[in-house]
Design a protein around this ligand. Sequence first.
Ligand code: PNS
Length: 171
Amino acid sequence: MTNGKLLRVTRAVYPGSFDPPTNGHLDVIERAARCFGELVVAIVVNPQKRAPMFSLEEREKMLTASVAGLDNVRVEHFRGLLADYVRAAQADVIVKGLRVISDFESEMSAALMNRSLSDADTLFLMSDQRYSFVSSSLVKEVFFLGGDVAAFVPEPVLRVMAEKRTHLQRR
Ligand code: PNS
């Protein structure tokens, strides 16, 4: 795709587990939406790492509500290889956020692997420094131990998290 040819990026895919989406994710989405004609936020259905705490429906609901004001952003989901999804979606690039140096190591090999598999380049946006320490796993831990995470997640996410906590407490 990029072999000496001018690449006009129109459709980009921002993939992730989004378990749950954070303000760091939303910041990357807003900034990427300004760079590309169309941004597809793609939720991986079964992340390799571990079973998600939030169902696909919950993650879709949280993301869709969080990006409601952004005209060129849509939320989808995928199973299996990201490279296959990117090809099927006819996207030009993959977008990822980088928070800290340690993110770089795993992201570099993922970017090279995805480029070998699909020819799609990965473009990285540096996370805003306000969110460099914010991760979905930390947000979950703090929230379910009773901490206040309102500064770290979009309002619609906080609502779904509160519903989830109530639901879990009733069991
Ligand atoms: O938000 P995350 O958990 O860091 O996102 C990771 C994600 C979804 C980008 C990654 O797990 C992924 O691409 N999964 C799909 C399976 C795949 O293609 N694996 C090979 C990646 S090189």
